[in-house]
Design a binder for this molecule. Structure first.
Ligand SMILES: [Zn+2]
Length: 113
């Protein structure tokens, strides 16, 4: 499952950070998830909870911030906002779009103890 490997990646980053910064527990993980990342928030929460067990992030809460996707429309020659893959350009209704951002997930902030 996609969300499972993402969760493992998050825990790796968090533990790495914990080793450097010396905090013992994470309360809240703020995550930015792009509208085009195909990440299912409920699945991610479920996977994260199980992967986080017995780590510094055990019991940590996920706060998900949704980020709009951005694509370049070749016909309008400008950047436009899109919500999902396969969306039409909101400007001209065309499909000649190239996704520029909003297809990734990243940890924005950690609240730690
Ligand atoms: Zn367009």
């Amino acid at each position: 499952m996609h969300e499972m490997s993402l969760s493992r990646g998050m825990i790796d980053i968090i533990q790495d950070y914990a080793a450097k910064s010396g905090f013992r527990r994470v309360d809240v993980v703020r995550l930015e998830i792009g509208a085009l990342s195909c990440v299912e928030p409920a699945a991610l929460e479920f996977c994260f909870e199980s992967v986080a067990r017995d780590t510094v992030a055990d019991g940590a809460k996920l706060e998900i911030i949704n980020v709009a996707g951005e694509a370049w429309c070749w016909d309008c020659a400008r950047g436009v906002e899109v919500d999902r893959h396969g969306d039409r350009c909101p400007g001209c209704g065309g499909f000649r779009l190239k996704v520029r951002s909003g297809d990734a997930m990243r940890i924005k902030e950690l609240e730690v103890v």
